[in-house]
Write a protein that binds this ligand. Structure first.
Ligand code: FE2
Ligand code: FE2
Length: 482
């Protein structure tokens, strides 16, 4: 379902070109040239955003803005000014417009493409920081009654903060009762967090679901810095990216595939790429159970990590293929949200025929969910559709075989199976690898080049190893992997 945008502008020509561009970006557009029709549209329909010209007539732009503030206070509004002189001559001010509820302000002339950024709220961290009201020092702790489902949990050791606290941080007292220990805008207090951690053995912090996007944004930027640092151990980097990806997946499943969610996903995948590309010690983490306890990782992130690590071994690998596959992996099972919960609680081997048929529809259901989303490219959709197709033709939904299957999808299929073996059988990665390779039927599910490159994932890329210690049927002659 496309997101609806209401365009309000007296200039027909501008309405036409803005509308054309936004339709190309998959938005659904309602365009009107006066304030009265704008209010009528807002009365009858719900919009993802309103792009409103300040100089709208027959109910002025300000009147419409006031109408929105009163009736739809959380509506995203991009206020468009005909020219800088509106501000210079004091007809209004940015402060006044923001106070009246404008989310963004854009001054003409600007490139029509800029509308995309304005709509998707593609803020840099600098923007986020400058928007919070900062106070020196710390506010008092406050107890609140809030339902548990409104909070996102994060392990206390996985929480990092900027100098100013970006959002309210809580600890849980008991079910539905929390203490706000850090307030948005306050100077960050490590002492306060340590007090709960060390004296009261608190293990988790909480923040509002509405701040999850900020959490992902801040931690993702931090992850990018950590990945670039040579001093930080690979395990810390992986944990950081995992933490970001987990919260991102929660956000995406909660919010749906909105443009800003997809954009944020691309940033998360850029970090998965950086991690896989730059971290020489990644292989150590991937084969260590202590550092890669599967039960502590979400399925989608593990599949993403192993799939991209495999692609890295191929000569044809590129940033684009790695990032697209990472994205596909984060959402490969999204179609399952359309299946009954009882079915998903069962393991595949325990399903009856009818249940199995239903389960096998999840790749197609996943593509249905993201189909109309032009921000997600076609190869991502194809990977999701084919992630259960097997090289020997035994997969589903189409039973494709051999070269008919996208190589990237076959890589995800292997990573997905491997993660299942690790988690279901509680095996460490080397043991899961051995189990997988000993099973000929299993191995025939994948292109042999993929299997070969999968094994290299666990080998130090700096070393030329003559013979692997793996079972003979899977022995690879390792050449130097770049
Ligand atoms: Fe799946
Ligand atoms: Fe899966």
């Amino acid at each position: 379902m496309a997101l609806k945008v209401l365009l309000v502008d007296p200039n027909e020509e501008w309405l036409q070109s803005a509308s054309k561009f936004l339709i190309e970006q998959f938005y659904e557009i309602k365009k009107v040239n006066n304030g009265k029709d704008a209010q009528l549209a807002l009365y009858n329909d719900k919009f993802f955003a309103v792009i409103l010209n300040f100089d709208t007539k027959n109910h002025s732009g300000m009147q419409v803005l006031k109408f929105i503030r009163t009736n739809h206070p959380s509506q995203r509004v991009v206020m468009v000014l005909e020219g800088q002189e509106i501000l210079d001559k004091g007809r209004t001010s940015e402060e006044k417009l923001k106070k009246m509820g404008a989310t963004e302000i854009a001054v003409k002339p600007f490139e029509i493409e800029h509308l995309k950024d304005l709509l998707e709220g593609h803020q840099s961290l600098g923007d986020v920081m400058s928007n919070i009201k900062r106070r020196e020092g710390q506010s008092d702790e406050v107890e609140v009654d809030t339902p548990d489902e409104e909070f996102t949990k994060v392990r206390i050791d996985d929480f990092y903060s900027a100098k100013a606290v970006l959002f309210d941080v809580y600890i849980q007292l008991r079910s539905n009762r929390y203490i706000k220990i850090l307030h948005s805008g306050d100077t960050f207090s490590k002492e306060r967090i340590d007090k709960y951690k060390n004296e009261k053995n608190v293990e988790n912090l909480y923040f509002h679901n509405s701040d999850r996007r900020k959490f992902v944004q801040y931690h993702n930027q931090l992850a990018a810095k950590l990945i670039a640092s040579k001093q930080i151990p690979a395990s810390v980097k992986v944990k950081m990216v995992k933490n970001v990806a987990d919260k991102y997946i929660q956000e995406a499943f909660h919010q749906g595939m909105k443009p800003q969610v997809v954009e944020q996903g691309k940033e998360v995948c850029a970090n998965i790429f950086n991690l896989v590309e730059k971290e020489k010690d990644l292989y150590k983490v991937l084969k260590s159970y202590e550092e890669l306890d599967p039960s502590a990782f979400t399925h989608a992130f593990l599949v993403s990590l192993f799939s991209t690590a495999i692609i890295k071994q191929f000569d044809w690998q590129s940033r684009t293929t790695i990032e697209a596959t990472a994205m596909a992996c984060l959402f490969h099972d999204i179609g399952k949200v359309k299946l009954p919960k009882e079915l998903l609680n069962k393991q595949v081997k325990d399903m009856n025929d009818e249940e199995l048929e239903l389960y096998k529809t999840h790749p197609e259901l996943g593509v249905e969910i993201i189909e109309g989303n032009r921000l997600i490219n076609n190869s991502v959709k194809q990977i999701i559709l084919q992630h259960h197709e097997a090289f020997d033709g035994t997969g589903f939904p189409y039973g494709k075989r051999g070269s008919k299957i996208l190589t990237l999808a076959n890589i995800v299929c292997l990573a997905d199976d491997f993660v299942h073996i690790m988690v279901d059988d509680k095996l460490d990665p080397p043991a899961a690898l051995r189990k997988m390779l000993m099973n000929q039927e299993q191995v025939s599910r994948y292109n042999s080049m993929i299997v070969e490159n999968f094994i290299k994932v666990f080998v130090d890329p700096e070393k030329i190893v003559k013979e692997s210690s793996l079972p003979s049927n899977s022995r690879v002659v390792n050449k130097k992997v770049s």
